[in-house]
Design a protein around this ligand. Structure first.
Ligand SMILES: Nc1ncnc2c1ncn2[C@@H]1O[C@H](COP(=O)(O)OP(=O)(O)OP(=O)(O)O)[C@@H](O)[C@H]1O
Length: 284
């Protein structure tokens, strides 16, 4: 790990009109760290991720990636930063009617001039590289198949290969297994971890599965109403502890809450989180 954090957020806040999506988030992620963001639906996970590659601009506070502030960065400089950051999404975002290989190749578009249409419009060295990446995610045998003929788990692996075409140093993942069955979810998460370790990537990934997060992450950051309420090494937490916090939140200060230890005590924070009426986003 280098001394400069890969990601540094200082007092980051984001307003969408009257909605506070992020509320004074400070977070430092070291190079090579694998971090999971947990939190109820609407707690700000996607908004936080989107700030990390300049898809959102902060209302206030500071976002630094590789030590460089993102505020006011536009055009070629922003594209240069984004090239170092891969992003994978819940719905894979593949072009269904085109081949798997061409989908992977689109990951290199930011490095090329002009539009590309068809496999042969990409330089040979990139086609070779895309095939190598498909082999890395175990899908070289479907390279020439249409992307929309693959299973969800396979499509997410194609999306991972596409992100790797950029040779990123940071990988952001927004609920990458939310559309997958439990077995495919395990496989995809194992693959991301394996690739991240091999390539020494910094990973920030939002998830809704508490058990999976605990088994997979180096560190867990819990968001609530756009603020950080938990930041601990995964090895220092267990599912019961994390779920107690969700339940405490869900019972709105009722009987279960009073029967449990103060979450501030469990989590090492100064103040207990306020009540949270919705539990619909918890899919643990
Ligand atoms: N572009 C937008 N315009 C207006 N409000 C937004 C926008 N993006 C997010 N929000 C709001 O900001 C808050 C945080 O949303 P965000 O999508 O970051 O939550 P999340 O934790 O990722 O939720 P989920 O787990 O459901 O994906 C929510 O209240 C949401 O409605």
């Amino acid at each position: 790990m280098t001394d400069t954090p890969a990601i540094q957020l200082t007092d980051l806040s984001k307003q969408f009109g009257s909605t506070t999506a992020l509320d004074g988030v400070s977070l430092s992620v070291g190079s090579g760290e694998i971090v999971v963001l947990l939190g109820l639906s609407g707690s700000g996970k996607s908004t936080l991720l989107r700030h990390l590659n300049g898809l959102e601009t902060a209302t206030s506070g500071d976002v630094r990636v590789f030590g460089a502030p993102l505020a006011g960065v536009r055009g070629a400089r922003l594209r240069g930063i984004r090239r170092r950051i891969g992003f994978i999404f819940q719905q894979f975002e593949l072009v269904g009617p085109t081949t798997v290989l061409e989908n992977v190749l689109t990951g290199a578009l930011a490095t090329l001039r002009g539009p590309r249409l068809g496999l042969l419009s990409y330089p040979r060295r990139l086609r070779v590289r895309a095939l190598d990446l498909l082999a890395e995610v175990g899908l070289e045998h479907v390279a020439f198949q249409r992307a929309d003929t693959l299973s969800g788990g396979q499509q997410q692996r194609v999306a991972i290969a596409r992100a790797l075409m950029q040779d990123p140093e940071i990988l952001l993942a927004d609920e990458p297994v939310a559309s997958l069955d439990p077995e495919s979810s395990q496989q995809v998460m194992a693959l991301i971890r394996e690739i991240a370790e091999r390539r020494r990537l910094t990973v920030v990934c939002s998830l809704h599965q508490v058990e999976l997060a605990l088994a997979w992450a180096d560190r867990i950051v819990g968001l609530r109403h756009g603020g950080v309420v938990l930041d601990r090494p995964a090895g220092a937490l267990d599912a019961d502890t994390v779920m107690r916090v969700y339940r405490q939140v869900a019972v709105d200060g009722g009987a279960l809450a009073s029967a449990l230890p103060d979450p501030a005590e469990i989590l090492g924070f100064g103040g207990a989180p306020a009540s949270e009426p919705q539990l619909s986003g918890v899919r643990a």
